[in-house]
Design a protein around this ligand. Structure first.
Ligand code: SF4
Length: 293
């Protein structure tokens, strides 16, 4: 299996702690960003609203993981969902992130813009939940588009209402997690509502944006034929915007983080999908006409 194929079959959520990911990552953490000084709590809240600062968990430069080409992926802090299979519970609280100024982030994009253009890459905002800080993300995207840099938003879509139509204009590609296909299962998996994801996907489609859907396959949780069919129907409602679907097999690489944070881990004994199950799900999506990895 080529590297490109291998990485298409997984995701940052599923892969971030693996050796393969590390070997694709040129740098990361929070190096290169100075925190703004002299801001009290009130100032920070105001700056967050305007997008003058964003709270960032970490960033890295990677290839073939979070969109096409070589990309700078910025993991924003804060997430309103609580997915049972989350690999990064350390990103859940915004206050655990580091404040980074808009200016510093734009400077970083500018520094790598030639690399992005040479490889067909760009900037990806991920998380946590990238749409929790819409002003910051959209202002960086606007600056990136002015530099001719490709932009990608990795999101669950749960905060659909946070993102205005004007903000949508500067997204080239969305990596959209469709975590399950009906409200009941979605709530069980994430603690949240499914409808905002559907609404966001349909808005992206109407705006002419491309979508790569991600579906995490967990035996006994998301793998029923009915659930997969419902996810496929949701993707079909995005009306041609879906370029492909990634079926991501659950794994246990995130378990140590749940233990470190002393959060009860609901999938303690869960196993990844068998090759047979994975193939069944891939074929189900293919039967709706989708390209599946
Ligand atoms: S959307 Fe789910 S998997 Fe992603 S960071 Fe939030 S809780 Fe974790």
């Amino acid at each position: 299996m080529s590297d490109a194929t291998r990485f298409r079959t997984t995701t940052r959520h599923m892969l971030k702690q693996s050796k393969e990911y590390a070997s694709q990552t040129l740098m990361g953490g929070l190096s290169g960003f100075e925190s703004p000084i002299g801001l009290d709590r009130r100032d920070r809240i105001d700056a967050l609203k305007t997008g003058d600062i964003g709270f960032v968990h970490s960033w890295d430069i990677n290839t073939s993981v979070d969109g096409p080409g070589t990309r700078m992926t910025v993991f924003m802090s804060g997430c309103p969902l609580r997915c049972q299979y989350c690999q990064n519970p350390d990103t859940w609280k915004m206050r655990d992130g580091k404040p980074v100024t808009l200016e510093a982030m734009i400077k970083k994009v500018d520094r790598y813009k030639d690399l992005f253009k040479a490889t067909g890459g760009g900037i990806t905002f991920s998380g946590g939940e990238s749409m929790m800080q819409p002003a910051f993300v959209s202002r960086v995207f606007r600056a990136a588009k002015e530099m001719g840099v490709h932009t990608c938003l990795d999101t669950s879509g749960f905060l659909n209402k946070n993102y205005t139509d004007e903000m949508l204009e500067d997204i080239d590609l969305c990596l959209l997690d469709v975590k399950s296909g009906d409200e009941e299962t979605y709530h069980k998996v994430t603690g949240g509502l499914l409808q905002p994801t559907i609404d966001f996907g349909q808005r992206l489609s109407k705006a002419g944006k491309k979508i790569w859907v991600r579906f995490v396959l967990v035996p006994g949780l998301t793998d029923s034929e009915e659930n997969v069919d419902n996810v496929a129907k949701i993707c079909a409602s995005f009306d041609g915007a879906v370029e492909h679907i990634d079926v991501l097999g659950f794994h246990q690489l995130g378990r140590p983080k749940w233990h470190e944070l002393r959060i009860p881990y609901p999938l303690e004994d869960a196993k990844g999908p068998s090759a047979k199950l994975r193939q069944r799900v891939i074929e189900q999506f293919q039967s709706y006409g989708f390209t599946v990895y």
